[in-house]
Design a protein around this ligand. Structure first.
Ligand code: TXA
Ligand code: MG
Length: 363
């Protein structure tokens, strides 16, 4: 049976073992020839190409409209394949790999010359991870090469957590998408620099700062406490930090601060937009769900369970585009555990950050 094809992008859906094998072979052939295939990982869908083929990598940047100075993550099947790409792996990186690979942890290590400069945007280090999603690892194995894969969205848009999201942005621009259903984590991997010196967090993600410190038994430097509104203005420690990201089309107002005051501010802001006749979307925690009526109301999850919120966040942001809302008002969450990754994404998506305690500021 032929696979569906949307604007020239083949949708590879694997509902049983035989289909899966056929889909993987088809996708692997494309990758071996330097083509691009989007594939599921446990975090978000990746836009994969042969990490060692400069032409394929060039296409990734082009298709995504990604700034050329923002390096890609290289996906491998395990430590053996990782070791072929980097000069040295310090004992602490081994320890982290033992604990968190396969999984949503990306480690930045000094690269070997084998890794083309374009893959790392000219940096002497490479970001490497072993995805937990079985289809992702099977695909890397079938392709026989490490896969460079940024999130499979157009640059600046919310990352895709379903094959449908990938097609919204990239149908007709890539050869195929491997459909593996919804991603379980929902936000991207944690990026950790393991270059000489203190391990440094470059992006909060699926593995929390607390989990890293527990294993390493020492402090990890948090370099993600960013400038105004979550974007670095000068030279950031990781190129990705200086870009605004994850933004839905309507302006997003993020309300942060002390919880009771925050709730009052959420209501006041929503009411003022409603009075202006705007189609407001209000994104709240389960705990705040009843505070105020709004034309579009979405519960992201419990304040106590930021992993739930992480899982739904990008899908809800994308839904806001489909609903053509005029303005989005979002509750802020505690910046601990997975809450750090959630707030990092919300800050970058925000047109404005409104603080009830004066600590935060507008972008
Ligand atoms: O979960 C994920 O990490 C997903 C899935 C597909 O694996 N991928 C992903 O890739 O989020 P991307 O390209 O959207 O984000 C990669 C981030 C960027 O912020 C980039 O600047 C940073 O990793 N990065 C890549 N190489 C780096 C390096 N050598 N040094 C510092 N930061 C690096
Ligand atoms: Mg991305």
């Amino acid at each position: 049976m032929a696979w569906p094809n949307i604007k020239g992008t083949v949708v590879l859906k694997a509902s049983n073992g035989a289909d899966e094998e056929r889909a993987l072979l088809f996708a692997a052939e494309i990758l071996k020839k330097g083509g691009l295939v989007a594939f599921p990982t446990e975090t978000v869908y990746g836009l994969g190409g042969d990490a060692l083929n400069p032409g394929a990598v060039q296409n990734i940047y082009q298709v995504k409209q990604r700034p050329p100075d923002n390096p890609l993550i290289i996906h491998v099947t395990g430590m053996d394949q990782a070791a072929r790409l980097v000069k040295e792996i310090p004992p602490e990186a081994f320890l982290l790999a033992e604990n968190f690979w396969p999984g949503p942890l990306t480690m930045v290590l000094p690269k070997k010359d084998l890794v083309p400069d374009i893959t790392t945007a000219g940096l002497s280090s490479a970001a490497i991870r072993v995805p937990a999603h079985l289809l992702a690892r099977k695909l890397i194995h079938a392709a026989g090469v490490p896969l460079a894969a940024p999130s499979a969205n157009l640059s600046g848009r919310p990352s895709p957590t379903t094959a449908g999201h990938v097609l919204e942005d990239l149908a007709g621009r890539i050869e195929a998408v491997l459909d593996g259903g919804s991603c379980s984590v929902g936000v991207e991997s944690t990026v950790l620099s393991m270059l000489p010196g203190i391990p440094a967090l470059l992006r909060p993600g699926g593995i929390t700062l607390e989990m890293l410190e527990d294993v390493l038994k020492r402090k990890v430097l948090d370099l993600t406490i960013e400038g105004k509104g979550g974007v670095f203005k000068g030279a950031p420690p990781s190129p990705g930090m200086k870009y605004r990201h994850y933004a839905p089309r309507a302006p997003l107002y993020l309300v942060v601060g002390d919880y009771p005051a925050q709730r009052k501010q959420l209501v006041a802001l929503t009411e003022s937009f409603l009075m202006q006749g705007r189609k407001v979307a209000l994104l709240l925690s389960r705990e705040s769900a009843g505070i105020c009526p709004a034309p579009v109301l979405r519960v992201l999850g419990s304040r106590e369970k930021p992993a739930q919120i992480a899982k739904r966040l990008f899908a809800v942001l994308r839904e806001m585009d489909l609903l053509e809302v005029d303005v989005i008002v979002v509750e802020g969450f505690d910046e601990q555990g997975m809450g750090r990754a959630v707030m990092n994404r919300l800050r970058k998506a925000a047109a404005e950050i409104i603080s009830t305690d004066g600590k935060d500021s507008t972008w």
